[in-house]
Design a binder for this molecule. Sequence first.
Ligand SMILES: C[S@@+](CC[C@H](N)C(=O)[O-])C[C@H]1O[C@@H](n2cnc3c(N)ncnc32)[C@H](O)[C@@H]1O
Length: 211
Amino acid sequence: MSGAAMSFYENHVLPHMIDCACGSPLIMKERSRIVPRASGTVLEVGMGSGTNLQFYDGQRVDLVYGLEPSEGMRRKAAGNLARSCVPVEWLDLPGETIPLDENTVDTVLLTFTLCTIPDWRAALTEMRRVLRPNGTLLFCEHGRAPEPRVQRWQDRLTPAWKKIAGGCHLNRPIDELLTEGGFRITEMDTHFLDKTPKFVGYIYSGEAVPA
Ligand SMILES: C[S@@+](CC[C@H](N)C(=O)[O-])C[C@H]1O[C@@H](n2cnc3c(N)ncnc32)[C@H](O)[C@@H]1O
């Protein structure tokens, strides 16, 4: 694909695809279990089209910093932003360089984003830096499945998948990344999504604190 075609794909086609895929009823159910637990000042890393906004509890959340480097995704979020019951401030940068002071947020929210961030270790280090010592990282991600047969498919498919899915890796072991990135997991549920191909449907969801 030429540079112009790739840029058109990333800015105009991909945001619609991600919005549709990430807005499926099964995924929305996963979000509804984790997002309402956010409180105080929240940093949502890779906010995408703002699909989580409807699940925030307006009584518990003061402000959401929506960090999202893609202009196409920010544009796609306009409708969800207009309906949001919590104030949102965009941060137009990648997770590897979070433009906030240390110890400034109470909750970091990561949903279906750790699969995509190129330098996940730098991004998690940044999240840990800005999170208050008694703060919480809430996560709901897809990643490496426990079954070797599925893992082999995840490894085989990831190079091509990355190219069409905005850099998404199918095979990242989310729990290991969080631990290596400086967090201690305090609660985690893992399961396959119903009616979803196993290579893309293994969910890690829960809570972690600074280690
Ligand atoms: C699959 S989408 C998920 C969006 C949203 N979190 C959700 O749950 O619907 C992954 C998002 O990560 C964003 N992203 C890509 N690289 C990133 C980076 N380095 N730091 C932060 N976000 C990034 C993409 O632009 C995209 O919006």
